[in-house]
Ligand binder design. Structure first.
Ligand code: G3P
Ligand code: CA
Length: 300
């Protein structure tokens, strides 16, 4: 039903008390894939994570959905990154040097301006966790640039429109240190999504229930996905969140037939992560999940 409902979006922004309020106008949610095949961080088993080349590669492999993580920079921009700092495991300095572990702790995205962040190479260094990952010089993109690149790639190559599963990487402990407060995070993210007119194809996911609660309250028809890695019951997780999300997205080991039934009875989709073998993907499909998130989008 949700795809038939109108969702809020808009094109005008108002500055008020230091915050950007995203003004909205009605648009329609697109029909969600019957089975969402998702490239985790663009498919980091194959390409440098959370980068434009990774997302294009995932589109070439035919995924329905691009999974990605977002942070806010010191100058208030929405950038793609899983980690709150520049990760020394797969990044090198602008002049090609290794980054020490201690040094990395000071390279906090929320404390750095985007122009500075963009100079780091996040794709050339061998990443032992993903030995098959293609090596190429690339950078952390802004969400706005990523959307522009993906949409242009789809158009030029006559690909099917993909969905965007976008995570807000924030937490109460990180407020003011690694991330702004949840209201500011949501408004900055929504401003980009509204400006790019992409909301019908967006799901916003988070472990931080605060961002989802804000979206539900202020933009109730934007699809949300609650990430969980806990052993609480379905009912307790729903009660913690305080509303029924479009998707419940558990660590895949937590998924069983009972959880799938409870979700479906409540009209909630089940989207496990991060499933990295063909056998496990098939087992989860047999349990009736509504999609799978994998580092290896060539497994679908
Ligand atoms: O989308 C689910 C998954 O991405 C959550 O884990 O830590 O890889 O962002 P993480
Ligand atoms: Ca993620």
């Amino acid at each position: 039903m949700q795809n038939k409902l109108t969702i809020i979006a808009g094109i005008s922004l108002i500055m008020l008390s230091g915050f950007t309020i995203v003004k909205t106008m009605p648009i329609k949610n697109a029909g969600y894939p019957a089975f969402s095949t998702e490239a985790h961080r663009g498919g980091r088993g194959l390409m440098p994570e959370n980068t434009i080349p990774a997302m294009k590669n995932a589109i070439d492999l035919g995924v329905t959905t691009l999974e990605m993580d977002t942070h806010i920079t010191a100058d208030g921009q929405v950038v793609l990154s899983h980690d709150e700092y520049i990760n020394p495991l797969f990044s090198i300095t602008p002049d090609g040097k290794e980054i020490g572990k201690e040094e990395a702790k000071n390279l906090i995205l929320y404390k750095m301006k985007y122009d500075e962040l963009k100079k780091y190479d996040v794709g050339s260094k061998f990443y032992s966790k993903f030995p098959k990952q293609k090596k190429l010089k690339t950078y952390m993109p802004l969400l706005s640039e990523l959307i522009d690149s993906v949409q242009a790639y789809i158009k030029v190559n006559h690909k099917k429109q993909v969905f965007y599963n976008i995570e807000t990487k924030c937490s109460p402990a990180g407020d003011g240190v690694y991330n702004p407060g949840p209201d500011e995070f949501v408004e900055k993210l929504m401003a980009v999504l509204v400006q790019k007119k992409i909301l019908p194809y967006v799901v916003i996911q988070s472990f931080d229930k605060r961002t989802l609660q804000i979206i539900h309250k202020k933009y109730p028809e934007v699809r949300t996905s609650f990430l969980i890695e806990n052993k609480k019951s379905f009912e307790d997780n729903m009660s913690d969140l305080g509303f029924t999300p479009f998707i419940l997205s558990p660590a895949y080991k937590l998924v069983d037939a009972d959880l799938v039934k409870k979700c479906h009875d409540a009209k909630v989709k089940v989207l496990p992560w991060t499933v990295n073998t063909k056998e496990e993907i098939e087992l989860l499909k047999a349990l009736g999940v509504d999609g799978v998130i994998t580092d290896y989008p060539d497994l679908y």
